[in-house]
Design a binder for this molecule. Structure first.
Ligand SMILES: Nc1ncnc2c1ncn2[C@@H]1O[C@H](COP(=O)(O)OP(=O)(O)OP(=O)(O)O)[C@@H](O)[C@H]1O
Ligand SMILES: [Mg+2]
Length: 358
């Protein structure tokens, strides 16, 4: 549970400190006041980066040089202090209980969290990259080895792509060198494939379960993890696509092309689902992520809900919040521009909510 966060020069914040004593926290305020930024600051402490941008300089207040985040958690009676300092010089410092990490990746999974933001519907409507990111975020929090292999795979694939470009520029191919790189790529590729395959098998029944819970009807949904590596071993795939890769000057096969297909009544979900159905699926995806993390960790992940009150009908919203705030025991942060709407909803649900007015 997050008990306190102090934010200095992060995005639109100058300096502000928040104390949290309850499990359900409503964050209210007008557009542009900093609700999403507060959620992102919490997310940052859990993931060592912003959910919304990979460019860290964008997280520094425009008028300042760097930022500092300080968060106090209490998980299973154990108090933990996270400090993140970005001095604007490039490398940031990140410590837990005053012990600094050698690599930021060591922090991933220690403070599990799930965020649901409006643009996340891209997981359903966008390209396969968004769905891989969804899977990666889950598995990385559960499996240190996965993150390690993923970093390695991406690095080797970049080397392979540069090599293919060099071949094209010089008009000759060093097949031996390419084979060496292929060999290096095969192992991480295989491991990532197997882990994605096994985690999606755990995840899919949870997604279905949550979707039916939110929708409360029998819309026929289905999910398939799709990978080139299901049809052929990676080594052969790389051999088969050798000529195409040389022409394209990039690696056209591998786990970086994986996807998850969502179906509604046997049709692609993204093309036929209504906005409310998409939003319901988004919640199902995220709550499945939440549940899987919860099953595997010794404490509840933090749930960050940004602007969730759009597009869902009252019944779906009620069922959703009932699960999130009553059936579930974890800490939840919910933003909304309407303070009274939040208060009313939680009164109806009989949930004790702490309101933060920005
Ligand atoms: N690096 C930064 N420095 C200063 N201000 C920033 C920075 N990044 C974002 N902002 C400002 O933060 C504000 C947006 O804050 P945020 O997205 O948290 O608002 P919000 O309360 O969630 O609003 P909404 O209700 O519209 O979602 C904008 O005014 C934006 O210009
Ligand atoms: Mg916002």
């Amino acid at each position: 549970m997050l008990q306190k966060i102090s934010i200095t020069h992060f995005k639109n914040y100058d300096f502000k400190s928040f104390n949290f004593t309850k499990n359900v926290i409503g964050i209210c305020g007008l557009n542009g006041i900093g609700k999403t930024n507060l959620l992102d600051a919490i997310y940052y402490c859990c993931f060592t980066k912003s959910y919304f941008t990979n460019t860290d300089s964008l997280n520094v207040n425009f008028e300042k040089e760097g930022f500092r985040l300080e968060a106090y958690f209490k998980n299973n009676e154990e108090e933990q202090k996270i400090i993140c300092i970005n001095r604007g010089t490039g490398k940031k410092e990140f410590s837990v209980n005053d012990i600094q990490y050698e690599k930021l990746s060591q922090h991933i999974g220690k403070f599990p969290a799930v965020i649901i933001a409006p643009d996340d519907v891209e997981i359903i409507t966008g390209g396969s990259e968004d769905r891989r990111r969804y899977l990666d975020t889950i598995i990385c929090q559960l499996d240190d080895e996965y993150l390690h292999q993923l970093i390695m795979y991406n690095k080797i694939m970049q080397q392979r792509n540069s090599l293919l470009k060099r071949f094209a520029e010089h008009g000759n191919v060093d097949k031996t060198l390419l084979d060496v790189i292929n060999q290096q790529l095969i192992n991480p590729g295989k491991i990532i494939f197997e882990k994605r395959d096994s985690y999606t098998k755990k995840l899919i029944p949870l997604i279905e379960n949550f979707y039916y819970k939110i929708a409360d009807n029998n819309e026929a949904i289905a999910f398939n993890y799709v990978s080139h590596l299901q049809t052929e071993i990676f080594e052969n795939l790389l051999t088969q696509t050798y000529q195409r890769d040389c022409i394209l000057q990039r690696t056209s096969t591998g786990i970086h092309k994986d996807d998850v297909h969502f179906l509604l009544n046997s049709q692609p979900f993204k093309t036929i689902a209504s906005q409310g159905q998409r939003k319901s699926l988004l919640f199902a995806l995220k709550l499945a992520q939440y549940q899987l993390l919860k099953n595997c960790k010794s404490y509840n992940p933090i749930l960050l809900l940004d602007d969730v009150f759009e597009k869902l009908d009252e019944k779906r919203m009620y069922r959703l919040l009932h699960w999130i705030c009553k059936e579930n025991e974890g800490q939840v942060f919910i933003t909304d521009t309407h303070k009274q709407r939040l208060i009313n909803i939680f009164e109806e649900l009989e949930v004790d909510v702490e309101i933060v007015q920005l």
